[in-house]
Design a protein around this ligand. Structure first.
Ligand code: NAD
Ligand code: DAU
Length: 351
């Protein structure tokens, strides 16, 4: 793998993956980052990388639904590998406005697969990054394995499920060299503050209410983002073609517990002037429609076949995450104001 097309590289996980691959992994090739720059994509996340890794890192503002541009990139950069992160990723948005989810997550993946099929002679791997939400919701017992039948409940998870099926079908039907990973909830640096953990950190720092859906009993299985990136890279290198790998942190937490832990860590790391605990900001609000109760990943296939395991605990990962948001006030301001979107307009729209 020398010329990797990473899609959605200006989003949360894509940014962390590109940083990991260029700075910390055993990889000496080139990365071609294609991102449409929706509200969730911020090219400033990688501005320093663009300088430091000139000649090895390239950014192209483009839509994965545009096959001509992707075809041109295959020729120009001799692409041999695709790692597909690009997606609409937020469940609540998918409930309000599902259209973009169908377009990017299903049609976009289909379009990429078609270009990949046209270049099968030069393609080493198409890795598709997906979610545990395709399996639906668990009760208080049991785990999702790679054999669990798909039963998605939100427009987001249904669109991701459709994309997974397409990727698998292209392997079975056309022999396309694919791998798929289904990961649990990520947290860490560069996450857009619409998702639970960064939203709670930033609201708490601004003395805003901390909205917990329902009674806060829903359970998520958390994984620090760099552990996800390392797993994806392991699967890309050593995973069996045509196979799916579950990725998870074995770190189940009820949402209310997560929010309380964040409050307590913030109280320790940046105490309020009046010293009262931040838990007093918690506010129970109306539940998410169709809210999946519990996700829990059995990742023993990845652990035993590929010798992967998470390096961060929930506490160490959360401390790093909180410290990152405390240290990156300018990033937070720009993201919250949408200012980076006007920067995008100036820098990239005419290209
Ligand atoms: P994100 O929303 O932060 O980033 C998505 C990126 O994709 C953005 O940069 C956006 O501009 C780009 N994008 C959107 N539509 C595009 C299009 N049509 N063409 C090109 N680029 C486009 O998402 P994330 O949290 O980084 O998630 C990345 C991937 O990982 C997604 O496929 C998601 O389903 C999957 N995933 C996420 C999590 C999680 O907890 N965040 C867990 C498991 C799997
Ligand atoms: O499981 C993997 C998935 O995790 C990814 O595929 C998705 O892209 C990612 O967004 C995430 O989905 P969730 O819906 O689990 O994440 P979110 O951060 O939106 O919510 C986490 C939990 O917290 C969920 O049970 C809903 C709850 N929640 C969320 C928000 C934003 C709240 O209680 N209050 C909130 O304000």
């Amino acid at each position: 793998m020398q010329n990797i097309l990473v899609t959605g590289g200006c989003g949360f996980i894509g940014t962390n993956f590109i940083r990991f691959l260029l700075s910390d992994a055993d990889f000496d090739g080139r990365i071609i980052n294609v991102d449409k720059l929706t509200y969730a994509g911020n090219p400033q996340n990688l501005a320093d990388i663009e300088d430091v890794f000139r000649g090895r890192y390239f950014f192209i503002m483009a839509d994965i639904c545009d096959p001509q541009t992707i075809t041109d990139l295959f020729a120009k950069y001799k692409i041999d590998t695709i790692c597909n992160f690009a997606a609409e990723s937020h469940v609540d948005r998918s409930i309000v406005e599902p259209d973009a989810f169908i377009k990017t997550n299903i049609e976009g993946t289909f379009s990429l697969l078609e270009v990949a099929r046209d270049h099968q002679d030069q393609l080493i791997l198409f890795h598709h990054v997906s979610t545990d939400e395709v399996y639906g919701s668990l009760g208080s017992e049991g785990y999702f394995t790679e054999e669990t039948p798909y039963k998605p409940n939100s427009p987001y998870s249904a669109s991701k499920a459709a994309s997974d099926h397409l990727v698998r079908a292209y392997h079975k039907t056309y022999g396309l060299p694919v791998t798929i990973s289904n990961c649990s909830n990520n947290y860490g640096p560069y996450q857009f503050p619409e998702k639970l953990i960064p939203l709670m950190i930033l609201n708490a720092l601004e003395e805003k209410p901390l909205p917990v859906y329902g009674e806060g009993r829903n359970i998520r299985d958390w994984l620090y983002v760099s552990d996800h990136c390392k797993a994806v890279w392991k699967i890309m290198q050593d995973g069996k073609r045509g196979q799916t790998y579950n990725i998870g942190g074995r770190c189940e937490k009820a949402n209310l517990d997560t929010v309380e832990i964040i409050c307590d860590l913030l109280d320790e790391m940046q105490p309020r002037a009046h010293k009262r605990p931040r838990r007093d900001l918690i506010k129970f609000v109306k539940d998410r429609p169709g809210h999946d109760f519990r996700y829990a990943i059995d990742c023993s296939k990845l652990e035993t076949e590929l010798d992967w395991g998470p390096e961060e605990t929930f506490e160490s990962g959360l401390r790093k995450t909180i410290q990152w948001y405390l240290d990156h006030k300018e990033w937070v301001e720009r993201v919250k104001s949408g200012e980076y979107l006007s920067w995008v307009k100036q820098h990239y729209e005419d290209i």
